[in-house]
Design a protein around this ligand. Structure first.
Ligand SMILES: [Ca+2]
Length: 459
């Protein structure tokens, strides 16, 4: 019989050897970080400066401001210029040049997010999460296979498209409101219904699983409609600006209810909350306020694609940090999968990069360059402080877009170069003064666009 110390010595050796093998082959550490619940809230068409924590003195957003003060604010957070492409980028971690979702998926359109894409919900569900969408889908529904409950979501509630009536849920005479992808007769104001359902999902979630709750609000997209009581603080504003301000506050109140439900259920300390807009504000200066950014929704100027965002996880992310490191919404895909302990190997290439060190430690952006793409013929690249915007003539683009808008803009080939560090409003085009820098950035842009797929609506 071996002496006890020999047995203990052998056990210690075995533990050390297993640990070394784990390091070599990349096994996770024995004490992995806890897997958070994830609540991802997306506003629709919200202006850059229309929340308190980004400087609005006109519009009150106390619940968002509190989340921002207790978390990390992302001041150079990029999305796509319109609704569907931003959602596709979030749910796949891939740019439109790979998914073909460059533009909005309209009702009855025979396309959507390609079925070979592995959505964030697919990946989190496979990793053991309970997954729910509560809000706007906007990635196709003409066949059942394109609808949310077939794209990784255990539960669905809300609408498929944009621009429906906030009260009747009608869009061009067709009702657009569903529960688990079946027509739903619920009545009420959209923002209130989505908040109520998000709270129900939090309270009734399976107790043995972490939760992924995706809340893409209908708010604050047109039509501008809000219950009368929300207009009261904004009597000094006029017309749709006044209604829009009330809608922002109604959405902020809804977010407050979601946070309160997390606290009530004892989940708050274990929940990562992310918030951003899906694109810049439309009609800037009239309805929304994107200052100091140039232009708005539908463009690849900063006012169209740069939105504020925040990430809040008490005890895990520092309170009060602001970062201006360039980040793109595709980055959440690998970042959230890593936090969820999900396998990072993907069947398709992912453009997003892990941004957790940027949020948690104040690290630099992991990107050498970020693609900002309206179509294969109108695209920009952000690299460091610099941004190059290229509008190429249609016949120069292999497989280029032929939409009416791109045809119109393609008539005029243009190159613009801005130094965002000193010119965030993109007023001083330096392209003719910096030919070497233009050439360098053109190469980066060409690499992004080299294998760009055709828009899904043209395939
Ligand atoms: Ca939008």
């Amino acid at each position: 019989m071996k002496p006890l110390r020999h047995v203990l010595g052998s056990l210690l050796c075995a533990v050390v050897i297993i640990g070394l093998i784990g390091l070599v082959i990349g096994l996770p550490p024995l004490q992995a970080a806890p897997r958070p619940h994830i609540v991802f809230i997306l506003a629709d068409d919200l202006g850059y400066a229309d929340v308190g924590f980004m400087g609005s003195r006109e519009i009150q957003t106390p619940h968002l401001d509190k989340l921002a003060a207790g978390g990390v604010v992302l001041e150079s957070f990029y999305v796509q210029p319109v609704c569907s492409p931003t959602r596709a980028a979030l749910l796949t971690g891939r740019y439109p040049t790979r998914t073909g979702v460059y533009t909005v998926v309209r009702p009855n359109a025979p396309w959507g997010l390609p079925l070979n894409e592995r959505t964030l919900a697919d990946a989190l569900r496979e990793a053991g999460y309970h997954t729910a969408i509560c809000g706007k889908w906007h990635l196709g529904e003409y066949q059942e296979a394109y609808r949310p409950t077939r794209r990784g979501f255990d539960e669905q509630y809300g609408h498929y498209f944009g621009a429906l009536d906030y009260f009747t849920k009608l869009r061009n005479g067709r009702r657009d409101w569903y529960r688990n992808d079946q027509p739903c007769a619920d009545e009420g104001y959209s923002t209130h219904l989505l908040a109520q359902e998000a709270v129900r999902i939090i309270k009734e979630r399976p107790q043995n699983k972490p939760l992924f709750l995706y809340v893409p609000f209908q708010a604050v997209h047109a039509p501008y409609q809000v219950p009368e009581s929300y207009l009261e603080p904004y009597r000094h504003l006029e017309g749709n600006r006044q209604k829009y301000a009330g809608m922002v506050t109604a959405m902020d109140e809804a977010i407050g209810k979601i946070v309160a439900a997390l606290e009530e259920c004892g989940m708050r300390q274990d929940t990562l909350i992310v918030f951003s807009s899906d694109n810049g504000g439309p009609s800037p200066g009239r309805i929304t306020d994107n200052r100091p950014l140039r232009a708005g929704k539908g463009t690849i100027y900063e006012g169209g694609v740069r939105v504020y965002a925040l990430a809040n996880w008490p005890g895990r992310l520092p309170a009060g940090r602001r970062t201006s490191e360039p980040i793109h919404i595709v980055d959440w895909y690998p970042t959230l999968l890593k936090l969820a302990g999900a396998p990072l190997e993907q069947p398709l290439p992912v453009d997003g990069l892990d941004i957790w060190p940027v949020l948690a430690e104040g690290a630099r952006s992991p990107h050498d360059a970020i693609l900002l793409c309206q179509s294969p013929s109108r695209a920009a690249v952000r690299s460091g402080d610099w941004k190059l915007i290229v509008n190429r003539a249609q016949n120069e683009i292999p497989g280029g877009s032929t939409t009416a808008r791109s045809r119109a803009t393609a008539n005029r080939a243009t190159t613009e170069l801005y130094n965002l560090a000193i010119d965030i409003s993109e007023t001083n085009n330096l392209a003719s003064q910096e030919p070497d820098r233009v050439a360098q950035l053109q190469q980066k842009l060409a690499a992004f666009l080299k294998d760009a797929v055709k828009p899904g609506n043209e395939q």
